[in-house]
Ligand binder design. Structure first.
Ligand code: C5P
Length: 221
């Protein structure tokens, strides 16, 4: 069974996806981390990020794994490196390139084949797994998302103000919504989950309830 969680950054999607996969004992795929990982390796190897055929080929060459909450590229743990501001900025145009998105779609379908999996991103329910049994678009108000992201930035000591975070977020959202291929949008049959005022545990509870409603009542234990 496949559950897709799409939505903007800061809506609580990633932590919910990870916690949900852990609670269900299912696999987990963070597709944003995949775009980030390809970008990181391209920078290390001197591959021009705007050479989208080479970038797509690179995506096919490297092996990305999600293990125990970490992101591995060819068995190297890149979890921290892919989250820097430099990689965040460099990844955006890479993720806009149609050949890269095509390659990612193939890879993501291959990785999910035959598994019970929680997959998260921007286009998982709308493009990559249109047949997914449960599709959720996780969102929250811009202010709530910015407050959450600002708390993370403060913890990292980045010095960004709430206004900086809001401005960067608005720019990023516009880019995600407007890309020609794979734009962020809720699939027509997605459930919209607003997370304003919900704790992470409550978000996971709602997701579990959606899955159970889809699977039908469980038999006796
Ligand atoms: O979610 P995260 O911030 O890690 O995503 C990294 C980058 O990859 C973002 O620029 C996002 O727009 C892009 N992305 C994408 N399609 C996905 C997941 C992420 O284009 N399915």
């Amino acid at each position: 069974m496949i559950i897709t969680l799409d939505g903007p950054a800061g809506a609580g999607k990633s932590s919910a996806a990870r916690a949900l996969a852990a609670r269900l004992g299912w696999c987990y795929m963070d597709t944003g981390a995949m775009y980030r990982a390809v970008t990181l390796v391209a920078l290390e190897r001197g591959i021009p990020l705007d050479d989208s055929p080479r970038m797509a080929a690179l995506a096919e060459q490297i092996r990305i794994d999600f293990r125990a909450g970490r992101v591995l590229v060819d068995d190297r743990d890149v979890s921290t490196e892919i989250r820097t501001a430099r990689i965040t900025a460099a990844t955006r145009p890479v993720a806009d390139a149609p050949p890269v998105r095509e390659a990612m779609k193939r890879i993501q379908r291959r990785m999910a084949a035959g598994l019970d999996i929680v997959t998260e991103g921007r286009d998982q329910g709308s493009v990559v797994f249109p047949q997914a049994e449960v599709k959720v678009f996780v969102t929250a108000s811009p202010e709530e998302r910015a407050r959450r992201r600002h708390r993370e930035e403060e913890a990292r000591g980045s010095g960004m103000t709430l206004a900086d975070v809001l401005a960067a977020q608005a720019e990023r959202d516009a880019g995600d919504r407007c890309r020609a291929v794979g734009a962020m949008r809720a699939a027509d049959d997605a459930v919209i989950l607003e997370t304003d005022g919900l704790t992470p545990e409550q978000v996971v509870d709602r997701l579990v309830a959606l899955i159970e409603a889809r699977r039908g009542p469980r038999g006796p234990a």
